[in-house]
Ligand binder design. Structure first.
Ligand SMILES: [Zn+2]
Length: 468
């Protein structure tokens, strides 16, 4: 399953280190202007792979206890950033443009370098200081201007000095911040290489990726890429990176072929779900019969309505890798969306089992059980969905299905509460409050359901989020 949804958290909390500088010195980047936070892609297979890429690096950086999440953003351009010390954000475009695991792992190591260095907090301090300096400088400048205008004819030059003082500090502070960012970037490079070496990995992929973004490269000339904007990549920085990366004993170490295959499978899946059909078939022509290409073909076939052909292709994939949970998940999803929920149940059960009960797949199974309209499945659906929403707290799908299951059972208090929780996760506070208020009237005062409903009624909108 590959879901596109909006991240509930307001974008204001998600300003990346480098974007923070961009905010201070340049027009607000498009991402920060969005009201509802970035659109996020949810997919167990992709998230699992990125978690495996990041885990050893976070461990060696001493961050394993922070429970840092990897969030995939629905953007095709290359970008990766840290924003709040809890999450690393990666555009799906960064995965598509990373041909090897080692290349994206290098980017993740660099971002972990920002996290480990506490660069976000330091940047905020630096910005606050810069702002104070700017205000003082402007006040001094204004003072000088007033003095200049009062200075009658004795010293007319002072007025101009005042004007210069007003324009000057902004430029000075801009330069200070840029050099500060460069310093942080170099520190993150060095930390990244250190983490890679400590985990027995090469920094070649990191070097390869950053080299593509060098200031004088064709890539940078386009100027549209957010990663290039937030990662000033002068040739000296890339040269310094190359030198420390080459000094590692793992420089020539290649990716494990099994990992490379999983990487290629995830890229094929992302391409098939996110890119135009002609792009998918250009990347993976019909003549390509590799497993990733066949994965992309099967997904593209199901997405474009040919369920029978898609199922035949998925069955062939299952035959090749009978223990791959994501092939069964795909089979279930294709059947579910093809209007055959009863037939989706068996493959989804298998997917849940093989994926060690991945909550997003459990939600899909819950959806299939509820979708059959067979009351015999209601209790099972409720228990699976409850388990799923307890572990996966940000996906509204689980609550939407839970609400339907409770409704079928005639438990309207729980149904209203689950609908309120789904609305809350979608960022629709008005509906969430209305449903939660109604749920409160259906629960006995003080019961756990009543308390949860009351929490939603009382929840304050996120800062900057509209109250409706
Ligand atoms: Zn960086």
């Amino acid at each position: 399953m590959l879901l596109r949804m909006a991240l509930r958290k307001k974008m204001a909390g998600l300003t990346a280190v480098a974007t923070a500088v961009a905010l201070a010195i340049a027009p607000v980047p498009a991402l920060a202007q969005q009201q509802k936070g970035p659109p996020v892609i949810r997919d167990t297979e992709s998230e699992q792979l990125l978690r495996e890429y990041t885990r050893p690096i976070l461990r060696t950086a001493g961050l394993e206890k922070q429970n840092i999440q990897i969030v995939i953003i629905n953007e095709s351009v290359f970008n990766a950033f840290v924003a709040d010390g809890r999450r690393i954000f990666v555009n799906y475009g960064a995965m598509m443009q990373s041909e090897t695991p080692n290349q994206i792992i290098g980017v993740l190591a660099h971002e972990t370098g920002h996290l480990a260095g506490g660069h976000l907090a330091k940047m905020r301090e630096q910005m606050a200081q810069a702002q104070t300096q700017m205000i003082i400088a402007m006040l001094l400048g204004a003072g000088a201007m007033i003095a200049g205008s009062r200075g009658t004819n004795s010293n007319g030059g002072l007025a101009n000095a005042g004007a210069a003082a007003v324009a000057g500090p902004q430029e000075m502070i801009r330069r200070t911040l840029i050099s500060y960012v460069r310093q942080q970037e170099e520190n993150a490079d060095r930390a990244g290489v250190k983490f890679l070496t400590a985990t027995g990995q090469s920094a070649k992929g990191m070097y390869e990726t950053f080299k593509r973004f060098t200031n004088d490269s064709l890539f940078a000339a386009h100027g549209a890429d957010p990663y290039v904007q937030s990662h000033p990549m002068p040739a000296e920085r890339v040269a310094a990176l190359e030198e420390i990366a080459r000094s590692s004993p793992y420089w020539e170490k290649k990716d494990d072929p099994a990992l490379q295959l999983r990487h290629d499978m995830v890229r094929a899946k992302i391409s098939a779900f996110m890119e135009r059909q002609d792009t998918v078939y250009r990347r993976y022509p019909m003549s390509n019969d590799s497993l990733p290409a066949r994965y992309a073909h099967a997904i593209a076939t199901y997405l474009h309505g040919d369920l029978r052909s898609a199922l035949a292709q998925i069955d062939a994939l299952i035959q090749q890798q009978p223990a791959n949970p994501y092939f069964y998940e795909l089979r279930g999803q294709a059947l579910l969306e093809g209007g055959k929920p009863a037939e989706a149940i068996a493959p989804l059960r298998r997917a849940v089992q093989l994926s060690n009960s991945a909550p997003l797949i459990e939600m899909l199974l819950g959806q299939a059980l509820v979708g059959t309209d067979n009351k015999a499945y209601t209790e099972e659906a409720i228990s699976i969905l409850r388990a799923a929403v307890a572990r996966e707290t940000e996906a509204p799908l689980g609550y939407t299905q839970l609400a339907m299951a409770y409704g079928r059972k005639g438990d309207f208090a729980e149904a209203d509460l689950a609908s309120a929780q789904a609305a809350f996760l979608r960022g629709d506070n008005k509906t969430a409050r209305e449903l939660a208020s109604r749920a409160k009237t259906r629960f006995a005062v003080g019961t756990p359901g009543w308390v949860k409903a009351d929490d939603i009624v009382a929840a304050k909108p996120m800062p900057g989020q509209s109250s409706n």
